[in-house]
Design a protein around this ligand. Structure first.
Ligand SMILES: Cc1cc2nc3c(=O)[nH]c(=O)nc-3n(C[C@H](O)[C@H](O)[C@H](O)COP(=O)(O)O)c2cc1C
Length: 208
């Protein structure tokens, strides 16, 4: 069992990373492998709605020169996902938003795999960013893993985040809850519980 933790911060070892490490620690303790994937600092294009990914259904975006396709390739072998972002103007970072728009629009290997998001802010806007990130899961048939509080830490530096004891506890609880859900899904599979039968998609734009 493996979980991919995507860090949508330009700071490789910053506050978001500190929160993700806390989640990863609990997953590892529960016997779940983890991999932290850095979105990094290079420019990430937004989705240009070209339709390439829909035509090809190949879990691939038309733009191959940034980390989106590398993440989609890795996602094939993952059982769960945690998306971490710093709060920028009460939203996820611009890079993370561009990354996730394309990751989810092109992604064909995410359905039914549990996901959770984690945000880091100095002071405000955390719940707005958290809500934004959770919407990617709930439009993608992904079970959302919860914790004892909304998944946020507060701080401008990793040292400050380490002082947010409640935030860190929320991260650890999230890690244990995700491990429990992954094991429950695996036990269900072993017991013969099959995935839900999908319907033919209906696309109605506004009223018809
Ligand atoms: C462009 C920008 C916008 C920010 N907007 C907010 C904000 O709306 N609310 C807030 O509390 N902190 C804001 N911050 C501070 C970061 O969210 C905070 O320092 C965060 O923990 C940094 O995480 P990181 O080290 O993983 O990048 C902003 C920082 C930047 C660079």
């Amino acid at each position: 069992m493996k979980v991919m933790l995507i860090n949508g911060s330009p700071h490789e070892k910053g506050c978001t990373y500190t929160a993700l490490c806390e989640v990863a620690g609990e997953l590892e303790k529960a016997g779940v492998e983890t991999e932290i994937f850095q979105v990094g600092q290079q420019p990430i294009r937004g989705c240009v709605s070209c339709g390439f990914c829909k035509k090809n259904k190949g879990n691939k975006c038309v733009f191959g020169n940034d980390p989106v396709n590398a993440a989609l390739e890795k996602a094939k072998d993952m059982d769960g996902f945690i998306f971490g972002s710093p709060v920028h103007y009460a939203s996820a970072s611009g890079m993370m938003t561009s990354f996730l728009d394309r990751f989810f629009y092109a992604g064909t290997v995410l359905k039914y795999k549990p996901g959770a998001s984690v945000v880091s802010c100095r002071r405000g806007g955390a719940t707005a960013a958290f809500d934004q990130l959770n919407k990617y899961f709930t439009i993608s048939s992904m079970p959302v893993v919860s914790s004892q509080y909304w998944n946020m830490v507060h701080g401008n530096t990793p040292e400050e985040v380490r002082q947010d004891l409640e935030g860190l506890q929320t991260m650890r609880t999230l890690g244990r809850n995700m491990a429990w859900l992954l094991k429950s899904i695996e036990a269900g599979k072993q017991a013969g519980v099959s995935l839900p039968e999908p319907e033919e998609p209906q696309i109605t734009n506004f009223i018809r």
